[in-house]
Design a protein around this ligand. Sequence first.
Ligand SMILES: [Zn+2]
Length: 330
Amino acid sequence: MSELIDPALPKVELHLHLEGAASPAFIRGLAKEKGLDISGIFAEDGGYDYRDFWHFLEVYEAATSTLQSPEDFRRLVLAVLEDRAEDGVIYAETFVSPDFCGGGDLGAWREYLHAIEEAAEQAQNTMGITLKGVVTCIRHFGPEKARPIALCAAETKGDFITGFGIAGDEKMHHPKDFAWAFDCAREAGLRLTAHAGEWGGAQSVRDALDHLRPERIGHGVQAIDDLALVDRLAEDGIVLEVCPGSNVFLGVYPSFRDHPVDRLREREVKITLSTDDPPFFRTTLVQEYETLARTFGWTEADFRSINADALKAAFCDEATKRSLLDRLTR
Ligand SMILES: [Zn+2]
């Protein structure tokens, strides 16, 4: 089948978990070097293997356990950005968690971050891709663990760390439990995003908006079940980081046809497109665009407009945005 959308179309990707973007080959290589047996997390074809979302979180953490040093993260960033660049991504934001980089200790986090930033700079020079970091606390680790993570984020806000967010199991705890962490990040001048409305219903999106006051929502797709909320998202200009392939793969929606991304767009909600944890969901951004074009009849002009919106919603500085806009509109 010939392609509907040019794979080289310049793209902006805002919702990408750094460890979740690690290819199985990369993780297997690290495990082998360190003599760790994590063979149970791989399927026969070499890809990641799990039964459902909750098992996915376990497999994810097992894969992440191979990442043990700043040097491992330096290599991870380069490998991940190489894959993104192949997808035509020119700007990406990635969720990074001090929980996985030194256990929430500020000194250790600074060392990991230094390695991550160095790799991002190298990728900028050699691959022409810009990366920024959004520090995330992990919801199912609980609100107490989120506090030192927010402090790590606040202390290291800068050219690279531009945002703060929350990821993990939406069924655990309430957004209000994380208000302290979000207030701390907001006071430090970080931009905010929160995972909600992926597994939680529309109410979980309302709760995140009311208690955490983010400008973007990770997923947020279940808002579709509450049209008053959909209108609120559109009116307030809250941007959704939509990851259709992730939602379909994990069974939030049975197929792309059933996915609400097209209906959200029709109701003038600003949406962006991302892959979340691409090797875990056996997807790429090129594949997502192609499937959306086939399912909803979206054209290159639609994707260009979505990418322009994504760049507007990006957490980087205005000068970076201006230089990227040139490349997006070329
Ligand atoms: Zn996510």
